[in-house]
Design a protein. Structure first.
Length: 169
């Protein structure tokens, strides 16, 4: 599957099959994260791969999305320097992890797996469940597994509504 096909095919999956992910597919998805660009190529991140059912349930308890415990894997994207900003005053950690986790979503889609971006969680509860030091910040939780649903594409704005050339307008 080429990149644009994966981008067009990707959906937020909220129902997963009770089917384990092959180790080579999980490694490929994690490799996609490792290869993501980051500010100054600092790669100030860790990816916590949660396979244990009880641990997935503890993580799900940090959200209002109980479905994430049904996925055979949850990946937590963790910033090792959540205070870091780029020169443009945008938080580098959030951008870096967003890029890496997007790589995961696209690689997963290309491999027949589904994901869902979860940002609605209690930082302290999730951090405690995963043993994340207080100096670090979980940016995202991402369930990963074989989809048990095939949601239709969601509406998107036309390019003319979101793109301007040479100056904002």
């Amino acid at each position: 599957m080429d990149t644009l096909t994966a981008i067009r095919a990707r959906r937020s999956i909220r129902r997963y099959k009770d089917q384990p992910i092959e180790p080579e597919k999980l490694e490929a998805v994690l490799e996609a994260a490792r290869l993501a660009p980051s500010a100054r190529n600092a790669q100030l991140w860790k990816f916590v791969v949660v396979k244990d059912q009880e641990q997935r349930e503890r993580l799900a308890a940090s959200t209002k999305y109980s479905f994430i415990a049904e996925a055979p894997v949850i990946i937590a994207g963790v910033s090792l320097d959540p205070q870091r900003e780029m020169r443009c005053r945008v938080p580098a950690y959030a951008v870096d992890l967003a890029i890496a986790m997007t790589n995961i979503t696209l690689a997963a889609c290309a491999l027949g797996l589904g994901t869902c971006w979860i940002g609605g969680f209690d930082q302290d509860v999730a951090r405690e469940a995963l043993g994340i030091p207080e100096a670090y910040k979980i940016v995202e939780l991402m369930p990963l597994g074989y989809p048990a649903e095939d949601p239709p594409p969601r509406a998107r704005k036309e390019l003319a509504e979101i793109v301007c050339y040479d100056r904002f307008g």
